[in-house]
Design a binder for this molecule. Structure first.
Ligand code: SER
Length: 316
C-alpha cells in the first residue's frame, strides 16, 4: 500500500466526493483525508472540517497528518462566484496561495490544482481551442483559476514544486448534484428525465460547451498525478477534452432512452457566461505527454447516467 498521505480540500463538492472514493482505492482508506466546510459529514472517514481561509488550521492538518500530496478541490464556481466577486477571489486565489506556501515549506511531493474552461474568454478562438491561447476570462472564477495557473507555473519553476493541473470541461456525474456552475444543467437534465419531468434549461438550445463524464474526469486526474514528471511539459494547466454538445443534443440523446422527454429553454445570466467560453478543446498535449484518452461520448454517458440514476431511485 502507498505511503502517500493525501489531503483533499473541497472533498464534499461534485468532484471531491468521487475523487475521495477513487483515491482511497489507490492509496488506502486511512491515507486519504477528506476536508470541507460542509457540515454534512460523509460516512466515509477520515474527514475533518476545514475552511480553506483558516491558514492556521490548514497548517496544523498538513503537519499532523504528515501530508505528502494535496488535491485542492475547494473553490467557488463560475455562476455563484459572481454574487460575491471579492469573496470568490479570496477563497479561490488566497486559498490556493496558502496551499502553495505550505507545499513549499513542507516539501509536499505533489499538488493537484483543478483549472477550468472558464479561463477562456471572448478573445479566445472558440473551436478546437489550443493550449496556448489568449486568456480573457469573464468571471471571477475564471480570473482566479487563470491566475492560479500562473502561480502554479511560478512555484514549479522557482521552487520545484510538482504541481499538476487540468482545465476541466463541465463534469457530469450521477453521484451528486453540482451547484453554482454554468455547466450544471447537463446534470440536472438527467435528474428531471428519470423523474418524468419536463426540464427548464437555463442555457439556450444551441449553446455548445466542452463536457466530460465523471469516470473520465477522475481517471484523467489520477493518471496525470501518476505520470512520470519528466513527461510533463505544461506546468500551468493542461487542456483536457472528451466531448462537446448543446442542450438540444443532450435532450436528443436522452430521448433515445426516454422518448417522451421534454425540454424548454429559459436562458438566464448563465447564458452570458457560457457564451464567453469555448465550444471545443484541442487537448493534444495531454494525449501526447501522459497518453490521455477518454472513454465516454455523449450517448455512452447518457446510457450510464440513466442506468445509475434509476438504480439510485429504486433504492431510495
Ligand atoms: N463546471 C464549471 C462551472 O460551470 C466550469 O469549470 O462553473
Amino acid at each position: 500500500m502507498s505511503k502517500d498521505k493525501i489531503l483533499i480540500t473541497g472533498a464534499n463538492g461534485q468532484l471531491g466526493r468521487v475523487l475521495a472514493t477513487a483515491l482511497r482505492k489507490v492509496h488506502g482508506q486511512d491515507n486519504v483525508l477528506a476536508t470541507d466546510i460542509s457540515t454534512d459529514i460523509p460516512d466515509d472517514n477520515p474527514y475533518e472540517f476545514l475552511d480553506i481561509m483558516n491558514v492556521t488550521r490548514l497548517h496544523e492538518i498538513v503537519e499532523s497528518y504528515e501530508i505528502t500530496q494535496v488535491y485542492h478541490m475547494a473553490a467557488i464556481l463560475s455562476a455563484s462566484g459572481e454574487w460575491n466577486p471579492l469573496k470568490t477571489w479570496k477563497v479561490n486565489l488566497d486559498g490556493y496561495l496558502s496551499i502553495l506556501d505550505l507545499a513549499e515549506k513542507f516539501q509536499i511531493d505533489k499538488v493537484f490544482f483543478p483549472s477550468t474552461i472558464a479561463v477562456f474568454g471572448t478573445t479566445t478562438p472558440r473551436e478546437n481551442t489550443s493550449q496556448h491561447v489568449p486568456l480573457m476570462p469573464s468571471t471571477v472564477y475564471g480570473i482566479s483559476k487563470s491566475t492560479g495557473e500562473l502561480w502554479s507555473n511560478y512555484y514549479h519553476d522557482r521552487y520545484g514544486t510538482d504541481i499538476r493541473s487540468v482545465r476541466y470541461p463541465g463534469i457530469i456525474g450521477y453521484q451528486s448534484l453540482p451547484s453554482g456552475g454554468t455547466t450544471d444543467y447537463a446534470v440536472e437534465i438527467y435528474h428531471a428525465a428519470i423523474k418524468g419531468e419536463e426540464y427548464e434549461c437555463f442555457l439556450a438550445e444551441d449553446t455548445r460547451l466542452p463536457m466530460m463524464y465523471m469516470p473520465d474526469a477522475i481517471r484523467a486526474t489520477i493518471e496525470l498525478m501518476q505520470a512520470d514528471k519528466n513527461d510533463l511539459n505544461i506546468r500551468t494547466s493542461y487542456n483536457l477534452s472528451a466531448m462537446s454538445f448543446t442542450p438540444a443534443e443532450i435532450a436528443e440523446s436522452i430521448r433515445k432512452i426516454i422518448p417522451d422527454f421534454k425540454i424548454r429553454y429559459k436562458p438566464d445570466h448563465r447564458q452570458d457566461i457560457a457564451a464567453s467560453w469555448t465550444e471545443s478543446i484541442d487537448d493534444s498535449m495531454a494525449r501526447r505527454d501522459w497518453k490521455w484518452q477518454e472513454e465516454y461520448n455523449l450517448d455512452a454517458m447518457t446510457v450510464d447516467m440513466i442506468k445509475n440514476l434509476r438504480l439510485q431511485q429504486e433504492t431510495k
